[in-house]
Write a protein that binds this ligand. Structure first.
Ligand code: FAD
Length: 381
């Protein structure tokens, strides 16, 4: 093992863990370095479409996820005020049959914990905040804030929107504030029982300039979740979120349907997150360093596909490194970019525009994609 070439992944988010697991299963020697001191059930809900469950199948966590997650039969889009249905996108059994896997919604912390179990014991290192990196040409030195150092043959930057590795490749540049925020709240399912209202499994309430996406995060429906998208003036963005309140939700969504009013009434704690963005990057790799996920193509979350793109990236990068071998990492990195850029940038553009599934449309181009089966484009393509 000690003579095996080493892959270092910086960031144990949904993209980094997918890369770690898939590369280990493909026989590579992989270590993951994460700045957080310990794992915690951070964040809130997340959608995972059939395009991602096909990747989880390879990671060996598809069934585990299916057992825990909520399985909506439809994605409904409804008029925020009148409740009129704008679209009914079939998921459930339809998704299994048409797209080759289930569509689920889940708590992202639960998903992350599941991803961790698919990695070799001892290969995720917490409390390792990357402070600098040096590509010597023959290997890469990673230096961490705790004073420790590691060396690797290649490094994968899965370190999110404020990526240190992106900064190393392209210089310091803060992400752009999109002009929108997301309010987020988790609601205990039992609180909803007092209402004579239908709390649907997966529904997006829309009006002209704002929306509220709502869904369960568990199969047992004991946790319901909402996330908004609302235009908002900039603030100083110290920290990744600030506290919000029922009052602010009422000011923002007070004119919405009674179901939404009930959700606001049940919100014990609401937070508010700036939605940040970047223009597509001119390069995805340089030398022995390559980027994936939000480090590479962050997007507004309105299509619920940001993490999905990070996980698809991880699968494609694994496929390319398996194809070329680690010695020829530079060919693998170019192949990876050629095979990911168009799709990730396409999803980024639609997600930023916030049009996806607002009206009846066919989402097969997103959910039907199989990153392992898609024909590999050659470098010149
Ligand atoms: P991240 O998840 O950001 O992970 C990066 C990791 O790197 C973190 O663990 C971080 O601690 C670590 N790190 C950072 N810097 C360092 C350092 N210097 N040293 C060591 N470690 C470091 N996507 C979906 O697919 N479906 C959804 O339903 C969905 N909903 C969303 C809702 C909201 C409100 C938002 C904001 C986003 C949503 N997304 C969704 C998008 C999704 O959250 C991101 O696209 C996804 O988390 C990106 O994964 P990643 O692994 O690239 O980065």
């Amino acid at each position: 093992m000690s003579n095996m070439k080493r892959i270092a992944i910086v960031g144990a988010g949904l993209g980094g863990l997918a890369a770690g697991s898939l590369l280990q299963k493909a026989g590579f020697n992989v270590q993951v370095y994460e700045q957080s001191p310990v794992f915690s059930r951070l964040g809130a809900g997340i959608h995972m479409g059939p395009n991602v469950l096909k990747v989880f199948r390879r990671m060996g966590i598809e069934q585990q996820l299916e057992d825990l997650a909520s399985h909506p039969d439809f994605w409904f889009s409804r008029d925020g005020e009148t409740g009129e249905y704008l679209s009914r996108i079939p998921l459930g059994e339809f998704a299994r049959k048409e797209y080759g896997a289930a569509y689920v919604t889940v708590h992202r912390g639960d998903l992350q914990a599941m991803q961790m179990t698919s990695m070799s014991p001892g290969s995720i290192h917490f409390g390792k905040c990357l402070s600098s990196v040096e590509d010597s040409g023959s290997d890469v030195v990673l230096r961490f804030q705790d004073g420790s150092e590691e060396r690797a043959d290649i490094v994968i930057g899965a370190d999110g929107i404020n990526s240190k590795l992106r900064e190393h490749l392209l210089g310091v540049e803060a992400p752009t504030y999109s002009g929108w925020v997301a309010h987020r709240a988790l609601i205990r399912g039992e609180q909803l029982r007092k209402y004579n209202l239908d709390f649907e499994d997966c529904v997006k309430w829309w009006s002209e300039d704002r929306h509220l996406m709502v869904y369960y995060t568990t199969k047992s429906r004991d946790e319901y979740y909402y996330v908004s998208g609302v235009p908002h003036p900039a603030w100083d963005f110290k920290g990744s979120f600030v506290d919000s309140s029922q009052q602010e939700m009422l000011e923002t969504f007070g004119h919405y349907h009674p179901v939404v009013q009930a959700l606001i009434e049940c919100s014990e704690s609401v937070t508010k997150w700036p939605l940040l963005n970047r223009q597509p990057l001119p390069v995805w790799s340089e030398g022995r360093i390559v980027l994936l996920g939000d480090a590479c193509h962050p997007m507004k979350p309105h299509m619920a596909q940001g993490a999905a793109m990070a996980i698809e990236d991880a699968a494609m990068l694994t496929r390319c490194l398996t194809e070329t071998g680690l010695e020829d990492y530079s060919t693998a990195f170019r192949l990876y970019e050629v095979n990911r850029k168009e799709r990730a940038s396409g999803v980024q553009a639609v997600s930023n525009a916030n049009t996806f599934l607002r009206t009846q449309e066919d989402p097969a181009w997103v959910y039907g994609y199989d990153v392992f089966a898609a024909p590999l484009k050659s470098e010149g393509a």
